[in-house]
Design a protein around this ligand. Sequence first.
Ligand SMILES: Nc1ncnc2c1ncn2[C@@H]1O[C@H](COP(=O)(O)OP(=O)(O)OP(=O)(O)O)[C@@H](O)[C@H]1O
Length: 327
Amino acid sequence: MTHPSFPHEGSGQEHHPQPPAQPPAGNPANAPQYGAPQYGEQQFAHQQGQRQRGMQQSGGAPAESYVQPGLNLGQLNPDAAISVRGLTQDFGQHRAVDNLNWDVPRGSFYGLVGPNGAGKTTALSMLTGLLRPTYGGAMVAGVDVWADPLKAKATMGVLADGVFLFDRLTGAQLITYAGLLRGLDRHVVDQRCEDLLRVMDLTEAKDKVVADYSAGMTKKVALAASMIHSPRVLILDEPFEAVDPVSAANIRDILAKYVAGGGTVVVSSHVMDLVQRMCDHVAVISQGKLLAAGTVDEVRGGQSLEDRFVDLVGGRSSGEGLAWLDH
Ligand SMILES: Nc1ncnc2c1ncn2[C@@H]1O[C@H](COP(=O)(O)OP(=O)(O)OP(=O)(O)O)[C@@H](O)[C@H]1O
């Protein structure tokens, strides 16, 4: 699902969901009380207090001492490329992401799959600092996303689903803008911009405003903008959606090289075949819960990933009941 209200990465604005009037089902027993600020200033200050107390006890290693009150979090794993504990998002009465505990190993090419509305975009938005969690925490490349968002955002490149792009800029300007915003030197930006435009097959369209790009071209220019600072972790929400097969193959090659060079990629996708071929790890999420996670071979357990996905998620319908469609 798209979230037109989500701001562009690094804009410094965040989406703040209003606390619901009543607690939803499944609320952790001793979670912060409903109606109280949740992950707002007070709650966050409280957590910082917990963190500092933990640091004193464990000799000042923040990640090891990360303690969040009222949640069975375990510990965020600083050795993982991405580590989330207890990550939860409530939209009013609806719990979109439910107590997600997940580690993405460094150097992995990780697929995140789930049916429509499973909570993929919401989870990725929380762990990239675009959407404040109702509960829980996330660490990217060993940096706590919500305690130190600027440092965390410097480690990652994000292709978010449906965010606002400055589409009155040309493609070249948009990529250049992303590079300068990341603090790169102008000549480095120019060189990388040229390289990215070439591999994305956008050189001819580089002086056209992004508003006039097709959906696939827009996806590619946003992907280029997310990569220009050579981040350690790339988090890509449906990067292949609307992209033509040749460009998709080029992007897959780029991502495979990036992983071979030590980077970590997380892609959300609905295309099981693509994930099975491209990724070495996969997580399956449904109704906000993590159903399975591990290497692709572990998760599919001898079946095709698609069959395993259907087994895990269910929901196949026979197509009966639409007799009016028959001719
Ligand atoms: N801003 C919002 N306000 C209220 N509900 C929301 C909001 N964003 C998402 N939701 C709800 O949260 C749930 C998870 O949505 P999300 O977009 O994360 O799913 P998704 O797995 O990315 O879906 P898709 O594969 O269709 O893109 C859905 O039920 C959706 O309706």
